[in-house]
Design a binder for this molecule. Structure first.
Ligand code: SER
Length: 337
């Protein structure tokens, strides 16, 4: 069987590196990567071709490629996007728009529905204060779509753009056969934690930062309060979810956008678990009001029953398995503890 051609943008990011490894491990793909940066050694040999540079200006390069699937991961995350808002909009929205146009063009021209996988985020939710957040508890996809951040606005809008290009684009053909559409599928990720890479520019970063610091005997000042609670997930589960959503036949999907969840814990629970594993860990809490405000607007947990029903989603790692079977063994190997 011939290889499927896949594009992974943002390949140097945390999800990007893990996804490229996951696709290569599965086999059967020609993986084309794109990023601002040169590829790290960990995935260099896995990419058939790397396009380095700003996606918005490089997009013309990709019109000659016949992609079966596009994973558009490139983004400026929530904390960074608050510091450079217009730049974030350009990266997050214009980059996505350009790729959606490319996928829609190819789908229409070659009558082949290019799959477009888009990582959205819990940042699309926005609750006005802590009391509302507590009351809301576990939120569904359609609840609280009132983001407080540029990143959240960008992700929510790009979900809508993806649905537009997937469902309605081509309405100019009013009396003709409707064109083949791109096949848009999005996952709203919780905070992700990898044992191999560290995030940068996100607001859920305190979780992974705290754990990696503890494992290296470095002091860590957590930038949110101890009682701060949001949903997190192991990176291997994030990759599993992308693959599952890629594989599921379109007919089984009742929606374009899906929550997924694994475990919702407080910053204090991270500290407690870090101390259990690394008793000398030095962890303090020094909340940063802006970053605290962002996490306080995100739900404590998300309802992923739609993903469970439509494509049999189920995380492999609950909180105990995350620490015992994934994070701690890997991190001990990595830092020699
Ligand atoms: N992890 C992301 C962030 O903190 C949320 O999607 O920005």
């Amino acid at each position: 069987m011939s290889e499927k051609q896949v594009l992974v943008t943002g390949a140097c990011g945390e999800i990007g590196q893990a996804l490229v490894q996951g696709l290569a491990q599965r086999g059967g793909y020609r993986i084309v990567t794109a990023d601002f940066m040169p590829l790290p050694d960990s995935i260099k040999s896995l990419s058939a071709e790397h396009v380095q540079g700003d996606l918005v200006y490089k997009i013309k390069t990709f019109y000659d490629y016949d992609f079966d699937t596009i994973f558009h991961l490139a983004a400026s995350l929530s904390s960074k996007a608050e510091v450079a808002t217009e730049e974030a909009h350009r990266i997050n929205v214009e980059g996505t728009m350009q790729l959606l146009m490319l996928a829609a063009y190819r789908a229409e021209k070659y009558h082949k529905a290019v799959k477009f996988l888009f990582p959205s985020s819990i940042a699309v939710y926005g609750m006005s204060n802590l009391a509302v957040k507590k009351n809301a508890g576990v939120v569904k996809e359609e609840d609280w779509n009132t983001p407080h951040t540029m990143y959240g606005c960008n992700k929510l809008y790009c979900e809508k753009l993806g649905m537009y290009y997937g469902k309605y684009y081509g309405q100019k053909h009013l009396d003709a056969v409707p064109p083949t559409m791109l096949d848009f599928r999005a996952i709203r990720f919780p905070g992700l934690i990898s044992a191999f890479t560290l995030p940068s520019g996100g607001t859920s970063d305190y979780g992974p930062e705290m754990l990696h610091a503890a494992a290296q005997d470095k002091p860590y000042a957590c930038f949110v309060r101890a009682d701060t609670k949001i949903s997190f997930m192991a990176m291997p589960d994030a990759i599993k979810s992308l693959m599952m959503l890629m594989d599921v036949p379109r007919g089984k999907l009742s929606n374009n956008v899906y929550n997924i969840a694994a475990f919702a814990i407080t910053a204090d629970e991270f500290r407690r678990r870090a101390l259990q594993a690394f008793p000398n860990a030095r962890i303090s809490f020094e909340p940063n009001p802006r970053r605290q405000g962002i996490v306080d607007s995100w739900p404590e947990d998300v309802d992923d029953s739609l993903a469970r029903k439509d494509w049999n989603w189920k995380p492999s790692y609950d909180v105990d398995r995350f620490f015992d079977d994934y994070f701690l063994p890997e991190i001990r190997k990595r830092y020699g503890k």
